[in-house]
Design a protein around this ligand. Structure first.
Ligand SMILES: Nc1ncnc2c1ncn2[C@@H]1O[C@H](COP(=O)(O)OP(=O)(O)OP(=O)(O)O)[C@@H](O)[C@H]1O
Ligand SMILES: [Mg+2]
Length: 197
């Protein structure tokens, strides 16, 4: 059997909110796990046990209170140069639980999806940028006519597809999906699961 390559290693991760105060919450307390390349891992637990906080802390939406996050053997928390952070932000993407709250309502879908393409300079021309947007829309089962619409003009399932297209736009190596189907109709859940596979 081929050697399994380690992609992500979480060591003793801690995320305490309001540390040291009376309202301190130990949302993540000493969590360790590993994820190997090509692997899908599920994190399961009761409401409020810290699943979302674990994901958010891994992608650095929060600074970890303690512990280490090693990506390809490199600690991605702590002091990093702008370039290191940018590289890391491209490799790791997150799809959020709530498709209503996670899309900027003032941006057209083309610009929502292309934001990462722009930040990371992944398209050389405007035309190339739009071609990538169209291809991503089609990948997630939408179509190019949707590019000029705003988030409120879509259903919940369609918005979640847009969230997935946005995550895929920067060709990430690793995706954290935080209950990406729990806000969706049962009839649409299967479609989105198939899409992610
Ligand atoms: N920004 C924050 N400030 C203070 N406490 C927070 C913050 N975010 C989350 N918490 C608390 O941390 C704990 C873990 O929350 P988290 O959202 O990670 O849970 P979860 O496992 O994702 O739950 P669910 O299944 O309901 O999504 C909860 O007690 C929550 O109230
Ligand atoms: Mg959650």
């Amino acid at each position: 059997m081929a050697q399994r390559e380690k992609l992500l290693e979480i060591k003793n991760l801690k995320q305490y909110f309001n540390e040291g105060k009376v309202n301190e919450v130990k949302a993540v307390d000493n969590v360790s796990f590993e994820i190997f390349k090509g692997e899908v891992m599920g994190l399961v637990g009761e409401s409020g046990c810290g699943k979302s906080t674990t994901g958010r802390t891994i992608i650095r939406l929060y600074d970890a209170t303690g512990g280490e996050v090693l990506y390809d053997g490199v600690n991605v928390h702590g002091k990093k140069s702008k370039k290191q952070l940018k590289d890391f932000n491209r490799k790791m993407q997150m799809i959020f639980q709530d498709p209503y709250a996670s899309l900027n309502p003032r941006l057209k879908i083309a610009d929502v999806i292309a934001e990462g393409i722009d930040i990371h300079g992944l398209a050389k021309t405007k035309q190339e940028r739009m071609e990538q947007v169209y291809e991503l829309l089609e990948t997630v089962g939408l179509n190019r006519e949707h590019a000029n619409r705003y988030p409120h003009e879509f259903s919940g399932g369609q918005r979640q597809r847009i969230g997935i297209a946005r995550a895929l736009a920067v060709q990430p190596e690793f995706i954290i999906a935080d209950e990406p189907i729990s806000a969706l109709d049962v009839s649409i859940q299967a479609q989105v699961v198939n899409l992610m596979k």
